[in-house]
Design a protein around this ligand. Sequence first.
Ligand code: SAH
Ligand code: DHB
Ligand code: MG
Length: 225
Amino acid sequence: MQSADPRWSDVDGYIVEHLIGEDPALDACLAANAAAGLPPIDVSITQGRMLELLARANKAENILEIGTLGGYSAICLARGLGDSGKLVTLELESGYAAVARKNIENAGLGDKVDIFVGEAVATLRGLVEQGQTLFDLVFVDADKQNYAAYLDYALKLSRPGTMLIFDNVVREGRVLDPSSDDPKVPGTRKLYEMLKNHPQLDATAIQTVGAKKWDGFLIAVVREE
Ligand code: SAH
Ligand code: DHB
Ligand code: MG
């Protein structure tokens, strides 16, 4: 695969200048993440704005995120919540969660976001057992190896009309290669297999280029009965 075309980032810059503008809270989040040594694998600012707008368009009051990192996408999603809305976000690393908590508070969203630390599958099992309120929107962005399990749990925690969004479903085209040496590919391919003729979900995936190179989002909506 050729390296990323520099125009992809240039166009992201043009988009940000015209459609998004300055965002001190998100800039501060990235600076704090870098200072704490978190990997720079957050969604981009244009992708984050898309998540915010999807939350708002879906009138989301309850959002689930799997994979918090430093809280960049959590801030974006929480901005799209209604006034009394809540975001639940799941993170394996307690150190990352501590950075995220500060970033989310700094963005003025501390009262809207709960971070649960631990293996997401275990936390999700607990949410199902406790009878967690069903989510209006789910964003899945943690370990790709578990995407199949995350789909199962997301469905258990969804209602008809809930939107599920999965990040990193293209991976510079590696998704096409069943013998890829990228360990994240098999889990992603399993997700596509599960969604083929799925009885409850209508889905698509959109390829993206930009600051995050060539990748994509898979979007599925739970069918109305
Ligand atoms: N959504 C974030 C980026 C998430 S990166 C953003 O855009 O800002 C993926 C995150 O998933 C990492 O922080 C990683 O620690 C977390 N993760 C990986 N495996 C996990 C697991 N089994 N359970 C919960 N979180 C996990
Ligand atoms: C990686 C993970 C992500 O969620 C992402 O958006 C980009 C890269 C990674 O683990 O390499
Ligand atoms: Mg991602």
